[in-house]
Write a protein that binds this ligand. Sequence first.
Ligand code: GN1
Ligand code: MG
Length: 351
Amino acid sequence: MTEEQLIRTAGMFRLEGTPVRVDNLGDGFINDTFIIRLSDSPVKYILQRKNTNIFKDIPGMMNNIQAITQHLKKKIESAGRDPMRESLTVVPAKDGKLYYEYEGEYWCVTVFIGDSVSYDKADTPLLAERGGCGIGRFQAMLSDFDQPLVDTLPGFHNIKFRFGQWDETLARDPEHRAASVRNLIAEVEARRDEMLDFYKLIEDGRIPLRVTHNDTKIANMLFDRDGNVLCVLDLDTVLKAPCLYDFGDSIRSYTNTGAEDDQNLDNVSMSREMYDAFLRGYLSEAGSFLTDIERKYLPFSARYITYEQILRFLMDYIDGDKYYKVKYPEHNLVRTKAQLRLLQSIEQQLF
Ligand code: GN1
Ligand code: MG
């Protein structure tokens, strides 16, 4: 897409001025993200093209995000803080819709939050602790959110559903890649029953559903200059789900001594220090509402979500790289191996 087309798309929204520049931003695996600059104002915006291969109901998703951010903003305001900086703000299109649709593509705009820092990796235990506080506070602020939410990605962290996709993909094996990753497939299969046992606790209602984020990697959080979580981003997958998914995904991200797609597996391990720091921060905010069973399964959730991520990366590799954006042909395979190394490290240290 040309910049001219992007500027024209930006112009379809209720901006505070005239868009003159639109640049690529960030490294999301799913949506395309841009930054909009205006000719006559320092205000900037985020423009996103939502991935319609993955999200089937963008209007529903945007209604979710609007309801959630309005709820968050009330809480933030009544605590005497700044709702424009500590929550996303959805900017409607000129026709009042929360999205702009053109030739089957869905575009959305939010206000850009400046004077903030983002990370791909937690570099100190203090940052991990603050990240834990941030996600715990996010969940706490949403604990009394009682409006219906559209399920934007049915079966997202449901391992039973994932095994359905997995079995089907392996049976199809469209690129004939399965034979070359037999050892990795065996690593997934070896843990299948344990993962299903855990999922049963959710199905039975023993682990409660709450309003949770479901994609809590560190890159989905903005920090202020003092290292506190300023704003939780990427609300596409806010769903009713166990809060353990957020904890587990955070541990997968914050504690990794390497990169999610590290080519050098020696870089990858779970830092116990980062784990303890994140846990401390999380419990300082979420401790008040967690039930005993949730507390008990916090460590297992790190295993569960990391395992699910391995399954998803490997399944996408076998499927011919249809879901995640890849930067090179074996990228999903590299991600799979790096996440497996992380899982092994989690298993050694927490179990
Ligand atoms: C995707 O879009 P992004 O980069 O925030 C994915 C997550 C994965 C993550 C891995 C909707 O998140 O589930 O954990 O990549 N989001 C979706 O980095 O599938
Ligand atoms: Mg996302």
